[in-house]
Write a new protein. Structure first.
Length: 419
């Protein structure tokens, strides 16, 4: 009996030993899996904390038009701006000297429209051509505000389509790709025979409205002309609020040709609609620098019609750019006269020529004016208007650059704001 009991204990010890061995093996396997997961997570964190690794073989240059947005973009990407010397000769010719090698590099040149728009454009063209001649692998022009975009179609019988001309010159200079923001007319993308990514400020604007405007859910998005209806309805759908339209009908008794050029006596033509595409019919005299506004003639009258309900609502007048502010202020007055509680003016490109900011500051019917930083606004101009809000669009542009460099889709940026 004693021998049998001892054999039983020995067999039990073997079973226990086997169970312990299996448990140790399972523990080792789990430890290996955990080690692999930790290693993968640490590698991922290192990649996220070192964005330079994701931007290898890349050079980012900037012109003199908008140093602020260049700094914001490069800081977000974790890279240093490429060295470039920009200067002008005594005869005002632009000179560019690239200070680093760009051979076989992916080059991005950031240059927006600015008050010195012709100088900015020539800087961009010469920088592109210099990088092309230095054997850059690919050159992408990042142009937050596209110059001459207001001239995207003929407005007179012998006028020029200047935006198409700029597109042709850019292509000839050697650019391979364009990244821009809220083109004045979306069909401008067809002016190019190279890829063009037209990004939108709408996600950034919508986020600001939701975070900063009280009772925005009971608001109305308003277009001050028929041409902006598509832009307004897109934002209204995104916010799930109503929209309205202000129709400006300029009725004129007249003719399209001067009497000296008419083959016969012109007939009286009534209710000819003027082009509603631009903010204001104003220009600046090339010699004096004075702003010139087209005044209504004796046989011309304006009729502003509001389509939609704004009674006791917060109204957002939305457009792609604000240059002169006359038509915006007229629209704000019209909305308030129809019972609007507050009026916000919102535009992607805040050009704000002349004394526009002072006029907005003095207008009691405008609560805030909101623009992005695609166009440079000097500090002294910002101080004029306490109602001015400038949204930072650099996260969207920086993410577009990163995704373009890595061959990733940028469709995400059409609807979302990068973190």
């Amino acid at each position: 009996k004693l021998i049998e009991e001892l054999d039983g204990y020995q067999r039990w010890d073997k079973v226990v030993a086997e169970i312990e061995a299996e448990a140790k093996a399972e523990a080792k396997a789990e430890a290996k899996v955990e080690a692999k997961v930790e290693a993968a997570e640490s590698t991922s964190e290192e990649k996220e904390s070192e964005p330079k690794e994701t931007m290898r073989k890349t050079k980012i240059f900037g012109g003199s038009s908008h140093p602020e947005i260049l700094s914001l973009i490069t800081t977000r990407l974790g890279v240093e701006p490429g060295a470039v010397k920009l200067s002008q000769f005594k005869n005002r010719e632009t000179s560019v000297e690239i200070g680093v090698s760009v051979r076989n590099e992916d080059v991005f040149i950031i240059q927006s429209g600015s008050p010195k728009i012709n100088d900015s454009l020539m800087e961009l063209l010469i920088m592109i051509n210099a990088c092309k001649g230095a054997s850059a692998q690919r050159i992408t022009a990042v142009i937050p505000y596209f110059p001459y975009s207001k001239q995207s179609k003929k407005k007179k019988h012998r006028g020029a389509i200047a935006a198409k001309l700029v597109a042709n010159i850019l292509a000839i200079s050697g650019v391979d790709h364009i990244i821009t923001m809220d083109l004045h007319a979306s069909q401008m993308q067809g002016f190019f025979n190279i890829p063009v990514d037209n990004l939108y400020a709408e996600p950034t604007v919508a986020k600001w409205i939701q975070e900063s405007v009280q009772n925005w859910e009971d608001g109305v998005v308003v277009s001050k002309n028929a041409g902006g209806a598509k832009r307004v309805t897109s934002l209204a759908d995104r916010l799930n609020i109503d929209f309205a339209l202000i129709h400006m009908d300029k009725s004129r008794k007249g003719h399209t040709h001067g009497p000296d050029h008419s083959l016969s006596k012109p007939e009286n033509i009534y209710n000819r609609l003027e082009d509603e595409d631009d903010d204001d019919d104003s220009m600046v005299d090339a010699e004096t620098g004075h702003e010139i506004h087209r005044a209504e003639t004796a046989d011309e009258t304006s009729l502003m019609t509001l389509v939609g309900d704004v009674q006791d609502k917060v109204c957002f007048i939305v457009d792609d750019m604000i240059d002169g502010c006359h038509s915006f202020l007229e629209a704000a007055d019209n909305l308030v006269s129809h019972g609007a509680n507050q009026v916000y003016i919102i535009a992607t490109h805040g050009i704000l020529s002349g004394n526009s900011l002072r006029q907005i500051e003095e207008c009691s019917n405008v609560h805030k004016i909101v623009v992005t930083n695609t166009y440079p606004i000097p500090a002294e101009k910002r101080g004029i208007c306490s109602k001015l809000v400038i949204l930072d669009i650099s996260p969207t542009l920086a993410e577009a650059i990163r995704r373009t460099h890595n061959g990733e889709s940028i469709s995400y940026l059409f609807t979302q704001v990068p973190n």
